[in-house]
Design a protein around this ligand. Structure first.
Ligand code: MN
Length: 262
């Protein structure tokens, strides 16, 4: 069934971790204040910095607090979640506790009478062939089952290894002199065009690239709009401007809300 609402808020890439307390506080405030005002809230992946299994929450006061916050929000408004590349192991246990409904990546949603395709965004980064091979492997159920059977210390160490690799790549992508890596960290026009053609739609919303924008794009006679959600970071003011935003959709259209100023 297609989620259909008159208003919605969309967020992604909050990268929640106890070591980023200001970002976490901004998320808790969002869930308490702004989020209940929308009919539905969509979290388009990378809610957590990393997730190595639902069985870790019982020993983590931080994860317990996130679960409580989302469960409280889910009572007030409908909440949806799409897997990100860092928290795709979020399973039915976490979803049940938080009251969130899992959406496939990509999915169609209908807000205020307009149809949008939503996804995390990593599947659209097709210039990074190595990553796409990795993605297709780790999304296989049998590989996930094997991973989740490993001791927690192994799982954490694998996740840390993958994160440090991805961070190095991201820093390279930030370096504008390296055009190739910049392309690899972004979605491709071809992948977006194929997705829009497949769904015969002209509105796409995703996160993942940390390049918030509203694009008007075209390819082969097709045109579409693409909104990119921002990542959240209020804990590293030295590296970039503090940022946290949500996309609000209602009968007035689509607009970005700066949560660092609310
Ligand atoms: Mn991501």
């Amino acid at each position: 069934m297609i989620p259909q609402y008159s208003s919605a808020l969309l967020i992604s890439d909050i990268h929640l971790t106890p070591s980023m307390p200001l970002t976490a506080q901004c998320f808790f405030d969002f869930c308490e204040k702004q989020a209940p005002k929308a009919e539905a809230v969509f979290i388009l992946g990378d809610l957590f910095e990393y997730w190595v299994g639902d069985d870790t929450s019982s020993s983590s006061p931080f994860q317990q607090e996130v679960i409580r916050t989302l469960a409280t929000l889910s009572v007030k408004t409908k909440t949806y979640y799409v897997h990100g590349n860092r928290d795709f192991l979020i399973g039915s246990g976490f979803l049940k506790k938080t009251g969130m409904t899992l959406l496939a990546d990509p999915s169609l949603i209908n807000i205020a009478g307009e149809k949008y395709v939503v996804c995390h965004g990593d599947s659209l980064c097709t210039a990074d062939v190595g990553y796409q091979v990795f993605r297709s492997l780790v999304r296989r159920p049998w590989i996930q089952k094997l991973f989740l059977k490993m001791p927690l210390t192994w799982r954490r160490s694998i996740a840390n290894h993958l994160r440090s690799n991805s961070r190095t790549q991201y820093q390279r992508a930030e370096n504008k002199s390296s055009a190739l890596n910049h392309v690899r960290g972004n979605v491709t026009l071809e992948a977006c065009a194929a997705l829009m053609k497949n769904w015969t739609l002209d509105k796409l919303i995703h996160g993942h690239t940390h390049l918030p924008a509203h694009h008007h794009e075209q390819s082969g006679g097709q045109t579409w709009q693409r909104w990119v959600l921002s990542d959240w970071d209020l804990d590293h003011p030295q590296s970039d401007a503090p940022r946290a935003s949500a996309l609000s959709i209602n009968s007035q259209g689509v607009r970005s809300i700066d949560l660092t100023k609310t």
